[in-house]
Write a protein that binds this ligand. Structure first.
Ligand code: 5GP
Ligand code: ZN
Length: 136
């Protein structure tokens, strides 16, 4: 028995509105529909989030994303899409089974706000940070 809600959805123990399924992934409508057609794609094999997955496992998940995104856009008439994977609580993750949000976009007033605060570039700091990441 698992406590993971997405594992229960995969097992069919909790109903979901499925939009795509194959042997490795399941995609279903997000219950809260941030915009119409908001979909989650999840690997069938449980993992906490992308930070906990191998490149190979995550590549099998992401391999399905472009086709699925285009299908959702075709069905909804959306003109763009935010594709997001919140990873860990501080980043907004509330369900700890890897999932990628596909949120169709219809315009600036469609109810989804994603604000990246921008800063004046400090090129010395940028170079230092890039170097730290390369060496990590
Ligand atoms: P997170 O905040 O972890 O990035 O996203 C979790 C998402 O799962 C939320 O957008 C939430 O609406 C969705 N969700 C939570 N429980 C259920 C459920 O039982 N069914 C479906 N379809 N979506 C769910
Ligand atoms: Zn799970």
């Amino acid at each position: 028995m698992t406590d993971c809600i997405f594992c229960k959805i995969i097992a069919g123990e909790i109903p979901s509105c499925k939009v795509y399924e194959d042997s490795e992934v399941l995609a279903f409508l997000d219950i809260s529909q941030v915009t119409a057609g908001h979909t989650l794609i999840v690997p069938k094999q449980h993992a906490r989030n992308l930070l906990d997955m191998t490149g190979e496992d995550s590549s099998r998940l992401f391999a399905r994303v472009p086709d699925l995104a285009r299908k959702i856009m075709k069905a909804t008439g959306a003109i763009g899409m935010n594709i997001i994977a919140n990873s860990e609580e501080v980043a907004g993750q509330t369900v700890f089974h890897t999932h990628v949000h596909l949120a169709p976009r219809y315009g600036n007033e469609d109810g989804l706000k994603i604000d990246f605060t921008t800063h004046e570039p400090d090129f010395t700091a940028l170079n230092e940070l890039a170097s730290q990441i390369r060496q990590a």
